[in-house]
Design a protein around this ligand. Structure first.
Ligand SMILES: [Fe+2]
Length: 293
């Protein structure tokens, strides 16, 4: 547990970050996987002076951002689940939710295999994930003590991505909308939905005075690192885009290119993810580039 600012706590194991914002009427931002949420649950149990969590915020509906919800709901049974309108729609579909938990189980297995977890995490699933509060650009989530989270639409990574800005202490929660932070030097560009809107989203984040960027995975950029992080995010996206564009122009087949991208980007925390799913994600990058050409 780290205090990022007076009222923002960072929890989790770094592969999946959890943020507790505020003290009274607080929000838990990010939901992670069941493996990540099990780690969070242990940390939470040990925490003294626990904030009173009233909201659980899912910043997009990918499996590694929503499958921790059943575990978190047990800890915070009265909390309202907040997500975008698009995420609400996606998470109401049984077929999709089943697939999300199937992928999540694969991550739990690789955590166990790699010694990141000692015991099998909670295997509880939900048939659908019910979003209690659907939000979009300009909406606010009112926390206690006069604090609020301001919601921003953050498309490009996925259609259902939102960001949340905690103006009180200048923290911007971006989830995966600016990239997947593998290490301080390596950021995987993740414009799975649309390249242009991904770049615009990062530029939008940059226009807010920010002291800490709440990324979902990896180290949290703070202070002077913030500007550097956003610049790195744009550069990584441009570089990825140009690489794909060049390889396509050279006549490389999409399957081969997806394998190349896999080798380039699927490292660190991403290496625990299902291979098929990650290859599919690399194909999405290729499609996003093709859509711009
Ligand atoms: Fe994602």
């Amino acid at each position: 547990m780290t205090n990022l600012t007076d009222n923002v706590m960072l929890m989790g194991n770094g592969y999946f970050n959890y943020y507790v914002v505020g003290r009274k009427g607080a929000a838990l931002v990010e939901c992670g996987t069941r493996a990540g949420a099990s780690i969070f649950a242990k940390q939470w149990a040990q925490l003294k002076n626990k904030p009173d969590v009233q909201y659980i915020v899912a910043l997009h509906s990918h499996f590694d951002h929503v499958c921790g919800i059943p575990v978190l709901r047990k800890i915070f049974p009265d909390a309202k689940l907040v997500a975008s309108k698009q995420a609400q729609k996606i998470l109401s579909k049984e077929r999709i939710v089943k697939e999300l938990f199937r992928n999540d189980a694969i991550v739990s297995e690789s955590y166990l295999k790699n010694g990141l977890l000692q015991e099998k995490p909670d295997t509880h699933e939900e048939e659908v994930i019910t979003v209690d509060m659907a939000v979009g650009e300009g909406d606010t989530v009112q926390l206690g003590e006069g604090f609020e989270l301001r919601i921003l639409d953050a498309p490009g990574h996925s259609v259902c991505s939102i960001g949340a800005y905690f103006e009180g202490e200048q923290a911007m929660f971006v989830s995966d909308a600016a990239g997947y932070r593998i290490s301080k030097d390596l950021l995987a560009p993740v414009f799975f939905q649309n390249y242009g809107s991904y770049i615009n989203t990062i530029k939008k984040f940059m226009s807010y005075p920010t002291e800490a960027v709440g990324v979902a995975h990896g180290d949290v950029p703070v202070g002077k690192e913030v500007e550097q992080f956003y610049k790195q995010a744009v550069a990584a996206a441009e570089e990825g885009f140009n690489y794909i564009k060049t390889r396509l122009a050279e006549g490389v087949g999409e399957d081969e290119l997806a394998e190349e991208l896999f080798k380039r980007y699927i490292r660190g925390g991403l290496a625990f993810y299902p291979r098929e799913m990650m290859l599919g994600a690399m194909h999405l990058l290729i499609q996003s580039v093709k859509a711009e050409l």
